[in-house]
Ligand binder design. Sequence first.
Ligand code: GLN
Length: 493
Amino acid sequence: MKLEELSALDLGRKIAGRTLSSREVVAYFLERIARFNSSITAFSQVCADLALEKADQIDRQIASGMAMGPLAGVPIAIKDILCTREMRTTCGSRMLENFVAPYDATSVEKMERAGLVTLGKTNMDEFAMGASTETSIFGATHNPWSLERTAGGSSGGSAAALAAGMTPLSIGTDTGGSIRQPAAFCGVCGLKPTYGRVSRYGLVAFASSLDQIGPLAHRVEDLAACLETIAGHDSRDSTSINAPVPQYTRLINRSISNMRIGVVREQIEHAGLAPEIRSAVNRAMEFLTGLGATIVDIGLPHSRYSIATYYVIAPCEASSNLARYDGAHYGLRADTKSLHGESPLEDMYCHSRSQGFGEEVKRRIMLGTFALSSGYYDAYYRKAQQVRRLIFDDYHRAFEQADVLLGPVTPTTAFRLGERLQDPVQMYLGDLFTVGANLAGIPALAIPAGNDQAGLPLSIQLQGPPLAEEKLLSVAYQLEQALFFQPRTANLS
Ligand code: GLN
């Protein structure tokens, strides 16, 4: 049996019904990782022994008749930015190359309790700053559909691991599109929940007001099951929302016949949008109309400022968050004893940061520090916050007219590795359709929509009002059924 073609929930059902053991499933995926990871670099670390041990434990619990959740015994891959006690948490950075967190992130704890088995940590752009997973110290992640192309980023490892059939489920983080864009490039599903829906406790901070943790999977129902597992209020994250967690998996198969689907004019008419992606959005629109949904035309007039706004706010928050890596508290400390400078402490700070951080991270720290400095604060940071509000208000108005917004995830399909590395602005512009959801704090989901003529995955995005994950999941579920999207694992052998 090709286990990589089953959904995570199907694997869970087989494990619960004991037609497969968790050990068999975990060993199967570990074997695929051993075979393919050297050409894909989806995983930065693999914890084979721990995973097999955990699988045996789950198998024993199931044999003893213990009640377990639907994902018990199912393997999962976790982005290397979530703190784990039993593995390193590197953030793809030299700075944290040897860092082992003293605690598990809340979401990791919740997955552990649900019986999910961690296979390892996935590769990412350094500190999640990027859109191609090329800035990691472990090297670039390759797109399983076309090895000379990017898997997207920053959660490129989590998306590529799925597309290469190395895991049935993975976790990513999304500050400006880092779950949805790699999902789109790799032909898998990805969900960025509402800001605060999933606790950020134990997530290494990039831009705290934008960061969210979320699932990636082959199937929409797997997104629902995984979100159900990790969502919920957490007293250790003051921004986490104190609202009950719906049973997303139960709600997913609802009729959407009276839904109003908004199509964002500024997105669908955008000159930079690849024609094949536009056609995919149109096809989705037709299917939804066929199911009885109403299509409404929506304007998000301030969305053209979203990249500029995001690339002020995110670096500002990053420059503040990354101040903690000073060689004294965490991570790398440069050996500066032999320098005998006038200020040994300053030498230690400077050299630790200069050796520990890569180019893109340094660029963001400088941008953020500049935009926050006195004299520029009002012109850049305050202005960006004001525009952020206008972007939020645009969405608020849009959701008075539509239940869900439909559009593209990315302007293009996966670009070639190296193509945008020397041109940061080019890289940033690719985030055009994703950053809005983070600035507004709303949930957004990417699902596959077939392939282009070159065989590269196409993808569409759904966005909804705060806490409307179940609506997004229901629409995505219908689209998935209607368009008959198969589990999408690239043929690597
Ligand atoms: N590409 C965006 C950036 O570089 C988004 C990254 C993210 O979502 N972590 O900031």
